[in-house]
Design a protein around this ligand. Structure first.
Ligand code: GLP
Length: 259
């Protein structure tokens, strides 16, 4: 079962997630991190930056990227990861990878397929991901694996749901500017990371969180694939936890954990 930690704020969640990363990089200076974009992981990156660790040897693989933005677009996940994580944490940019890097705005389906396969090879060559940070979308997606994604999927192109484009329109001038396609690590790729840390905050995530942690394992709720992983820490605030059936048990287990 996932360890579910219910906290009072995103900052408290960021502190816990940053401590898990600190534990890993203290053990292994060249650890491989799986990193996420969106608003959710920002408190983790902030808490990690405050620890002032030497992360120059850490390698990182992003979960996903939009397809069709100009290279260098400020809302491309490459730019976001660079701004929110690589620079403030002092990572070596040459060790940080984003799927589909180097593709042009007009990359065709075959080039995108090759990019997905190449990303999988790069993750394998790095020895796999030690710790994967995950947010979850209101549609239940992790990475950009929208409902219907195969539980065994690998890095590939996906079409975004309208709800996801609406949710992400806040970063663009309008929904029409949000790309329709993305390239994302698959659910099978994510499952191969050695440790998963899933974060979610706010009432609008409550349903997706309950489906992911307590619902049936189903491609209709892509986050539910985490139930197949032996080492998951889900860190959620009270609002995101509000639909969890076993919330009282999770609190009890966390407060009385054998440490
Ligand atoms: C985004 C990303 C996901 C992220 C999710 C939630 O679009 N592709 O990796 O976890 O949707 O986003 P947010 O954290 O902004 O709520």
């Amino acid at each position: 079962m996932a360890e579910v930690v219910i906290v009072e704020s995103a900052d408290a969640a960021g502190d816990i997630a940053a401590s898990l990363i600190e534990k890993l990089v203290t053990r292994r200076a060249d650890a491989v991190l799986g990193v996420a974009t969106g608003s959710t992981p920002l408190s983790t990156y902030r808490a990690l930056a405050a620890k002032r660790l030497d992360l120059r040897r850490v390698r990182a693989f992003a979960l996903d990227e939009y397809v069709g933005l100009e290279p260098g677009h400020p809302e491309s996940y490459h730019a976001v990861i660079d701004r929110e994580m690589t620079v403030p944490l002092g990572l070596d940019p040459s060790l940080v990878r984003v799927p589909g890097d180097g593709l042009t705005r007009r990359a065709d389906a075959a080039a995108l397929d090759r990019a997905g396969e190449e990303y999988e090879r790069a993750i394998a060559a790095a020895g796999g991901i030690d710790l994967q940070i995950l947010g979850i979308g209101a549609t239940g997606h992790i990475g950009f694996n929208e409902p219907g994604s195969s539980l065994a999927s690998r890095t590939r192109v996906k079409t975004l749901m309208r709800q996801t484009r609406l949710d992400n329109a806040r970063f663009f001038a309008s929904i029409d500017d949000v790309p329709r396609h993305c390239i994302t690590q698959g659910l099978g790729t994510i499952l191969e990371a050695r440790q998963l840390v899933l974060l979610a905050f706010g009432e609008h995530k409550a349903e997706a969180v309950a489906a992911a942690l307590e619902g049936p394992v189903s491609a209709s709720a892509p986050g539910s694939v985490v139930q197949l992983h032996p080492r998951v820490t889900a860190i959620v605030d009270e609002a995101a936890a509000s639909r969890l059936r076993f919330a009282a048990y999770y609190r009890d287990a966390w407060e009385n954990a054998l440490r």
